[in-house]
Design a protein around this ligand. Structure first.
Ligand code: NAD
Ligand code: WQD
Length: 366
């Protein structure tokens, strides 16, 4: 049985990817320190998989702990061995991700994201595990232009969070023995198999409404904010600027369904397992842009819910447009997004209305 360690497994993207891999027959070691998530999401994954209790025990091991803890990581590899298994690959989601906070807590971001990844890679190498799929971000491109972004565009992050993602990409291409950190596919002379996936704007939820995005504090991102206004947790949405050079003056982004992102991880992992040692750097986006006002309109058409909004000033560090060119992901891992913006709105709203306070609601009923 293929055995995968997933860091940050209880989080938004980690939980959806874990469920997908569980249903695809993988054995999973799910590691999280729950600093930005709830263990309830892992219970829900087990429930949604429809495995028997015994199968769940065989197929899922939950490790509460930190990626900066080398001995914990080494123990995890040893535990797999003691069960007659070998962890042959890692999907690495764990990390801090709030752009604004990264300015105030830059050191924490470097320690967790870069230091944590370094520790993880050491544990992997020591245990002869050289396959990793890493959560990178469109943020590495910095200020975007009107054109869609391709992987060979300059990496030039404009915030500490993005700088840590760019540094990790460099670390990974270095250990792979590759020259470039912008080439979509390169051979790895050192024998690593690596995929850095640059996601654009993941949104939505699993269609069951049982797992979804559950930000611990005030959300930074537009989609969870729209949902919280919709459900009455917030009075109204402030749109950051109506004077951008776009069709209606509001910012354009590439929103991609979280289940499409989860499928991108499976596609990357499956490709790495089959291929010679390589390093991939790939955008995961739809290639279609949507403005803030358009998203509010599609949300209304898909859910019947009208979102109250007002215009405010531009947010520091924002750009008019951020759009993926996803053709390299199609070429190298045979992945493209399948779901629509209406699917994102319908599934996200289903999650939000079934769990108005996120997983906090669940403590009594799960
Ligand atoms: P998330 O915060 O929901 O998930 C991250 C998980 O990592 C959380 O469960 C958190 O508890 C855990 N974690 C944090 N620090 C840890 C540590 N030191 N040790 C162990 N676990 C730790 O975020 P997400 O949206 O699911 O994002 C997953 C990854 O994708 C992150 O690396 C993020 O930077 C990246 N990413 C996210 C987006 C997005 O918009 N959601 C876009 C691009 C990239
Ligand atoms: C989308 C649009 C805002 C909130 C961020 C990170 C990026 C990645 C994805 C992790 C923009 C507008 C937003 C609000 C608004 N995450 N907006 N009012 O900024 O594209 O990307 O999340 O890697 O790194 O930077 O996403 O959802 O914050 O904003 O008008 O209250 O919505 O100006 O046009 P962004 P977002």
């Amino acid at each position: 049985m293929r055995c995968v360690l997933i860091t940050g497994a209880a989080g938004f993207i980690g939980s959806h990817t874990s469920l997908l891999l569980l249903n695809a027959g993988y054995k999973l070691f799910l590691l999280d320190n729950f600093s930005n998530s709830s263990p309830i999401s892992l219970n829900r994954i087990a429930r949604l998989s429809k495995l028997s209790n015994n199968e769940v025990k065989e197929r899922i091991s939950i490790i509460k702990g930190d990626i900066r803890n080398l001995s914990l990581l080494e123990r995890t590899f040893l535990t797999a061995k003691s069960q007659g298994e070998k962890i042959t690959s890692v999907i690495h989601f764990a990390g801090l991700k709030a752009v604004g906070e990264s300015f105030e807590k830059a050191l924490d971001y470097w320690e967790t994201n870069v230091g944590g990844t370094l520790t993880l890679l050491k544990a992997m190498e020591k245990n002869d595990c050289r396959t990793i799929v890493f959560s990178s971000s469109a943020t590495v491109y910095g200020q975007s232009t009107q054109d869609s972004l391709i992987e060979t565009d300059p990496v030039s992050p404009i915030n500490p969070y993005g700088a840590t993602k760019a540094a990790i990409e460099r670390m990974l291409t270095n250990i792979a023995g590759c020259n470039s950190h912008t080439t979509p596919k390169q051979k790895s002379p050192s024998g690593w198999r690596i995929a850095c996936l640059r996601y654009f704007n993941p949104a939505g939820a699993h269609p069951s409404g049982e797992i979804g995005e559950d930000p611990r504090n005030i959300p930074n991102n537009l989609f969870p904010l729209i949902n919280q206004v919709g459900v009455g947790r917030r009075e109204s949405l402030t749109i950051f600027g109506n004077d951008w050079p776009t069709i209606d003056g509001t910012g354009i982004r590439d929103y991609v369904h979280v289940m499409d992102i989860a499928e991108g991880h499976k596609a990357a992992l499956d490709m790495l397992m089959l291929s010679e040692p390589i390093c991939l750097i790939l955008n995961l986006g739809t290639g279609k842009g949507t403005s803030v006002l358009e998203l509010i309109e599609i949300f209304k058409l898909s859910t019947g819910i009208e979102i109250k909004y007002k215009f405010g000033p531009r947010r520091m560090g924002d750009s008019a447009i951020s759009l993926a060119n996803p053709k390299e992901a199609l070429k190298y891992i045979n992945w493209k997004s399948k779901r629509t913006l209406s699917d994102i709105c319908r599934d996200g709203w289903n999650w939000q209305t079934s769990n108005p306070k996120g997983y906090d609601d669940a403590y009594s009923k799960d």
